[in-house]
Design a protein around this ligand. Sequence first.
Ligand code: FVH
Length: 287
Amino acid sequence: MNDVTVLGLGAMGSALARTFLEHGLATTVWNRTAAKADDLVARGARRAGTVADAVAAAPLVVVCLTDHDATEQILEACGDAMAGRTLVDLTTGTPEQARETAQWAGKHGAGHLDGVVQAGPGQIGTPDATLFYSGAPQAFAAHRAALELLGTTHHVGDDAGQAALYDLALLGLWYDTTLAYLHALALVGGAGDVEPFAPFAARQIDHVVQAAPEVAREIRDRAYPRGPASLTEHAPVLEHLVRLRTASNLDTAQLEHVLSLVNRPIAAGHGAEGFTSLIEELAPIIF
Ligand code: FVH
């Protein structure tokens, strides 16, 4: 019996298998295109001829394929071989797909963790790689030592979908923040070079970064102190920004959305509250 099996030897899967090998784990590998296993076999990996053979070879089975459909296909191919093993799914997918795979694992007598790799292949095996896992805590505890070889490791929840939720929320945060930065550059760019503006923008973004833990606490406590300004004080600033962007022929949709979010609680008598209170407009479901 080997220590770990890796199904899928693409750019990421190969990096995972290589890292396990480098740390002395007896590693079995399988890939649809068999030749991709050659280098890993040369490094000491055991090549499995079939998915079922690969799954049967180790108590920890890591799958890392293109997408959820591919994962479903090979799981169907391994059938009962997964019984008694822990399936760790590092294929990118949605929270719902993670929960589907968890159900499949349960029906086949296997443990399950969904995982998200927040890193490129070259970072695997270093602290620069962040990996989120979610699912059964006992499955995580049983294989934590092996999983921690891959990078900085966090178990973020018992719900199988939580890791994918974190991944998508972080990606959304990147898109929204980067777009906001581009809007600011578009505004200053109309008057000249954007580069001198960059350090000031970085400092402004850092204000948001520094406030992140406090904002989360305000939401936990449903207490929204004024902070840098109250909603009533934010509204005219937003109106001014909309006028400025309109005059510069720039997009105002996102800002007008923010202004509408601010005006609703003001109209309901909550104008003295801080900006964090908009969470109750954005996600009433969590309250
Ligand atoms: N590469 C990266 O930087 C990112 C970092 C963040 C996380 N992603 C996710 O990791 C999954 C795998 O990504 P990858 O970069 O390794 O992808 P490829 O190099 O294209 O390898 C894909 C492997 O999947 C196999 N495969 C695809 N379809 C099937 C199928 N129907 N049945 C069996 N295997 C399949 C493919 O096999 P082959 O083409 O070599 O025969 C590769 O082994 C992914 O979810 C990223 O979002 C990586």
